[in-house]
Design a binder for this molecule. Structure first.
Ligand code: C2E
Ligand code: MG
Ligand code: MG
Ligand code: MG
Length: 280
């Protein structure tokens, strides 16, 4: 009886796995079609200086404007886009959109801010990455690039030597590199000094518990102190409450990102808040 149950479980499991594979194959072809049909767009979430509340940058976040399903978040498609490599051409569009947006701002006389773009493993490993960053920079023709990149800790640690080389090359073009989702991987604090990074983004999971947990506060404080001593800027992700903001300010965190200040917004809205800030 137990054996039979086990076999049924396996059969059921296999069916589930097959179903998942089937769904992913459909998703893959949908993604290719969506790329052709230009259904990928970006939103930008403002990055705010903790001491003043001023917007000093933004993060470009990918959205899929599906014809029938509406707006789809990266959680639902990014892993398939990564596994299939489709993230490479999608990512090139993201670079281009950011660059076009910056140009539009300047043409309208609005002071632009640096906007960061996320890089996944296939993008890092793709031989065309440096060329495509270079051409985006050339096209926007600025003295100081207004483009930055974010790479997660686990992506770097899983491809260490190659990732470090790529990061050095990116930085040599004047593009700043942020270590994203810090604390979720397994690099140690002391390892930070070996990484060619300009910024460190403390993962939301630490910020979530910062108000209630003394130990979480201690961790965040030591991350900020350590980064500071290395000359690395700190960014706190996922600030949702005033209390979190105040603790981060007390600890000297440089930059904040989160729903408490701003949600990711359409480019038109981001343009508007920048314009308001400039005039206000
Ligand atoms: P991420 O790079 O860590 O981006 C931050 C995520 O946290 C975003 O989710 C943002 O909307 C969300 N967030 C920011 N503040 C808050 C907050 O206060 N509360 C909560 N609950 N969430 C907050 P999103 O847009 O769903 O993106 C998820 C992930 O997808 C990103 O994580 C990034 O890893 C990936 N991603 C997004 N756009 C791109 C892209 O253009 N290329 C690549 N390769 N990956 C991307
Ligand atoms: Mg990011
Ligand atoms: Mg992050
Ligand atoms: Mg994250």
């Amino acid at each position: 009886e137990a054996k039979k149950g086990g076999r049924d479980r396996i059969r059921f499991y296999t069916r589930e796995v097959n179903e998942k594979i089937r769904e992913d194959i459909i998703l893959e072809s949908d993604l290719r079609k969506a790329l052709e049909d230009k259904e990928f767009i970006i939103q930008i979430q403002p990055l705010v200086q903790v001491t003043t509340g001023r917007i000093i940058g933004g993060e470009a976040l990918l959205r899929w404007n599906h014809k029938t399903k509406g707006r789809i978040s990266p959680a639902e498609f990014i892993s398939v886009a990564e596994d299939t490599g489709i993230i490479v051409p999608i990512g090139e569009r993201v670079f281009k959109e950011v660059c076009d947006f910056t140009k539009t701002l300047m043409n309208q006389g609005i002071l632009p801010v640096p906007v960061s773009v996320n890089l996944a493993v296939p993008q890092i490993l793709h031989s065309g990455l440096l060329d495509s960053i270079h051409s985006v920079l050339k096209e926007s023709d600025l003295e100081k690039p207004l483009l930055e990149v974010e790479i997660t800790e686990s992506v770097i640690m899983n491809n260490l030597d190659y990732a470090v080389t790529i990061m050095n090359n990116i930085r040599s073009m004047g593009v700043k590199v942020a270590l994203d989702d810090f604390g979720t991987g397994y690099s140690s604090l002391s390892y930070l000094k070996n990484l060619p990074i300009d910024k460190l983004k403390i993962d939301k999971s630490f910020i979530d518990d910062i108000v209630a947990s003394d130990s979480e506060q201690a961790i965040v404080k030591s991350v900020i102190d350590m980064a500071k001593s290395l000359g690395i800027e700190t960014v706190a992700e996922g600030i949702e409450m005033k209390e979190q903001w105040e603790i981060l300010r007390k600890y000297g965190c440089d930059v904040g990102q989160g729903y408490y200040m701003y949600r990711p917004m359409d480019l038109e809205d981001f343009r508007e808040v920048l314009e308001k800030q400039m005039n206000g």
